[in-house]
Ligand binder design. Structure first.
Ligand code: 4NP
Length: 161
């Protein structure tokens, strides 16, 4: 029997700093739990400024430091088709959230990343051009939020643990 996959996309502005980390961290956590076969995971940006680029070196460095690979990721813009292709759209900040909803009608669930942050809601700060400490802060917020997001999805979809 073919399994229906659960699809999750992380969205920021440029798709080079925050959402590639979301995609990489979430995929890492899913693999750690042996649940890769249940998921489709991606990321995109509401802007097209960096189309085709690799994740920012700051994101790659902080990911590598934690044993997480961002290999195979290239920036792309979030499109109108994405509105209906994903079960979970996870926006990194409130402006991304607004921009996504302005594109058209959604069919899945849209959330802010920090709805799942055990330390409280808010925006995931944009570390772009702000140095390694900023990337570390952003990584830390995304990491703890992704852990809670995955637990939420596991419970909701009755995935094996
Ligand atoms: P991101 O960060 O949205 O986390 O990928 C940014 C990257 C690039 C720009 C803004 C934010 N930019 O203006 O080019």
């Amino acid at each position: 029997m073919k399994k229906e996959k659960i699809s999750v996309i992380f969205v920021c502005l440029g798709n080079i700093c925050r959402s590639p980390l979301g995609e990489g961290v979430f995929r890492h956590l899913v693999k750690e739990k042996g649940l890769a076969e249940y998921f489709i995971i991606d990321s995109a940006g509401t802007a097209n400024y960096h189309e085709g680029e690799l994740p920012d070196p700051g994101s790659r460095r902080i990911a590598e430091k934690h044993g997480i690979s961002l290999a195979g990721q290239y920036a792309r813009q979030f499109t109108v088709n994405d509105l209906t292709q994903w079960d979970y759209i996870i926006a990194m900040d409130s402006s991304n959230h607004t921009n996504i909803r302005q594109i058209g009608t959604l069919t899945g669930n849209i959330h802010l990343m920090r709805e799942f942050d055990p330390e409280g809601p808010g925006d995931v700060p944009d570390p772009w051009a702000r140095g390694d400490d900023a990337f570390f802060e952003t990584y830390t917020i995304i990491r703890r939020s992704c852990e809670v997001l995955l637990d939420h999805i596991i419970k909701k979809h009755h995935l094996p643990t």
